[in-house]
Design a protein around this ligand. Structure first.
Ligand SMILES: C[S@@+](CC[C@H](N)C(=O)[O-])C[C@H]1O[C@@H](n2cnc3c(N)ncnc32)[C@H](O)[C@@H]1O
Length: 224
C-alpha cells in the first residue's frame, strides 16, 4: 500500500511520496536518473526543488512543500514553495526538479521556471524530469490501483506532454538536452520485491515507451 499523505496548499499538491528505497527497481531507476542528470549539470552549488524523499547526490540543499520530507534526506533542506524561491539572484550553478511541475496549477508553472532562472547564475543549468501522459501510463496506473499497489491518485492536474515541458523551459532557458526516459516495465517498479531490481538491464533496453520527459535548460546571460 502507498504511504502517501497529501494536502493542497495554494493550489499545489504537496505530499509525502512513496519511499523509493522500498521499491528496488524504482530505487535503481532513480540512481540511473541521478547519473544522467549529473552528466548534464555544471559542478557547483546545487539546489533540488520538491525532492520528495530522494535528493540528488550533487544537491547542497533542497526545498520542499511538505516540510517533514526534510527528515527523510540527510542533507540540508528547507520548507518552501517553488513559486517563490527564498534564495538570492544567481545563488546556484545548478537546479534539479523531478516529477513536481504537474503538482502545480498550470497557470503557476511559468513562474517556477522564472524563479529557477533568477536563482541560477548565467550559464547555470536546470534539469527537469516530468511524467508523460498517455495510454500506457493510464493502463499501468489502472492496474496498480486495481491490485491495491497504489492507494490514492494525487495527480489531479494530469501530466505535461513533452511539448508542454519543453515550451515551459524554453520560455526562460536555452534547451541543452531533451530526451524520453521510460519502459514497459514501470508496473514492476511498484513491486517491493528484490527480484524486480534484476529487471534494470531490461528497463535500460526498453526506453522507447515514454514514461518521463527529461529536459535540461541553460540560463542565458539575461533573464526575463
Ligand atoms: C510526485 S512528488 C516527486 C518527489 C521527488 N522529486 C521524486 O521525484 O521522487 C512531488 C513533490 O513535489 C512537492 N511539491 C509540490 N508542489 C510544490 C511546490 N509548489 N513547492 C515545493 N514543493 C512542491 C510535493 O510535496 C512532493 O514531494
Amino acid at each position: 500500500m502507498s504511504e502517501a499523505t497529501w494536502d493542497v496548499q495554494d493550489g499545489a499538491i504537496v505530499e509525502r511520496p512513496r519511499n523509493v528505497r522500498k521499491h528496488p527497481l524504482l530505487d535503481r531507476i532513480y540512481e540511473r536518473h541521478d547519473e544522467l542528470i549529473a552528466e548534464q549539470l555544471p559542478a557547483g552549488r546545487t539546489l533540488e526543488i520538491a525532492f520528495g524523499q530522494h535528493m540528488h547526490p550533487q544537491a547542497d540543499i533542497g526545498l520542499e512543500g511538505w516540510p517533514s520530507n526534510a527528515e527523510t534526506v540527510h542533507k540540508p533542506a528547507i520548507a518552501g514553495d517553488a513559486r517563490t524561491l527564498p534564495f538570492a539572484d544567481d545563488a546556484f550553478d545548478a537546479v534539479v526538479g523531478r516529477r513536481f511541475l504537474h503538482h502545480v496549477p498550470p497557470a503557476d508553472r511559468p513562474e517556477i521556471l522564472r524563479e529557477t532562472a533568477r536563482v541560477l547564475r548565467p550559464g547555470g543549468r536546470v534539469a527537469l524530469l516530468e511524467g508523460t501522459p498517455g495510454l500506457y501510463r493510464k493502463l499501468t496506473k489502472g492496474v496498480a490501483f486495481r491490485l491495491g499497489l497504489l492507494a490514492e491518485d494525487t495527480d489531479i492536474y494530469g501530466h505535461l506532454s513533452e511539448d508542454a515541458v519543453t515550451d515551459l523551459v524554453s520560455e526562460s532557458f536555452e534547451i541543452a538536452e531533451k530526451r524520453t526516459l521510460g519502459s514497459p516495465l514501470m508496473l514492476a517498479s511498484i513491486s517491493e520485491s528484490d527480484a524486480s531490481a534484476r529487471l534494470l538491464d531490461l528497463y535500460e533496453r526498453t526506453q522507447f515507451v515514454k514514461w518521463w520527459t527529461f529536459v535540461v535548460g541553460e540560463r542565458p546571460d539575461s533573464v526575463v
